[in-house]
Design a protein around this ligand. Sequence first.
Ligand SMILES: [Cu+2]
Length: 408
Amino acid sequence: MGFWAQVGLQEATSVLGMELVGLHDHMMFFFVLTFSFVGWTLLKLSVSKVFGRFYLDNDSLESVWIFLPFIVLVCLGLPSVKLLYLMDDVGLPESSVKVIGHQWYWTYEYTDMRGSSYSYDSYMLKEEMLEDGDYRLLEVDNRCVVPRMVSMRSLVSSSDVIHSWAIPSAGVKVDAVPGRVNQVSVCFLRSGVFYGQCSELCGVNHSFMPICVECVSVNSFSEWILNNHDYMLSKKLLGSGWGVFGAIFKVIGAIFKGVCYLVSLYFTYLYYVFYYMMVVPVKYVVVTSWSVLWWSVKTSFALLKWLWWFTDSPFDALIFAFWHVGGIIFNVVLFVLMSPVKAVLKTVKGIYSGVVGLLKVTLFLFEAILFSMSSFTSDSFKEYVMSEVNYNTKKFIWNLCEHYNFRR
Ligand SMILES: [Cu+2]
């Protein structure tokens, strides 16, 4: 979170947050460089009478002040575009949390385990409810819980007006738009409690719907989520005042549903049998025989016409027949002669596409170099993050598997 009289951004708590801080520092470098240079030049120009005597109609200087800003802009734009892309990419998340904005509180929902849905509301704590060390206007009654160093996904939506779910230290800010689900990747580097506030004006209590995310270890997270889901599942089966009868009705309903599904499968099977055994063969035979018949009629008619012509003027008809048959023979010969030429052409084309492919690979390598150049975190840090995320992901999946095997 931000502190009083803080200079710069908040301390980053996610990989993207670190990259954003890096981008900010990178931009500030160019900012300070440019402003000090321009300021110094302006000052010197206004003070000294001889400083700018070569500046007018100086072609080489003009080239410099066209190309230098261009290079600076590329240096600023490339990493920015890369980060923009990375922030939109969610990758392969292990688990999802649905975030729904309301006037004026947030709802968090965890639904990806065994069809049970565990959701709760998160309201801001009033001032008189705060304990020592709590932050005013930032503390909530139920926090959004996420695991540390596991790729999570937040699906953000709204039920009334546009809100915005934001955690500045993690570089997260997503609009919660009614009727639309936005997603964002959430992967915290360390355990802790992180704060944010609704960042889209949504009504009178806009300032009083803070976002509070609690990042815990993978083991704590999996235990928490599995217990909650088990609780919800047991409530779903035996709840709503029906007791054992409710459960029996549910079982009967499930059996009925299964039978319906099997019957529908059987009818689908019958439909396909009818289609492929009856409709398709008949269609094929009719279409084929019709085209054969049509071709024979056409050919016989043409032959008859030619015969009639032959009786009328045999010389012309013979010449026509000669050209016609000659044309067919010529086409065949041409095909035989041209085939090798065509093969050569194809080979040339193949070589051409090979060369183009090689060029593309070179371009890809160039891009890869640019890509590695425009990252602000070191390779060892990336390695650390990757190994931690791998380890925690395996631990998370292991915990889930163990729990559900044990239940069986
Ligand atoms: Cu708001």
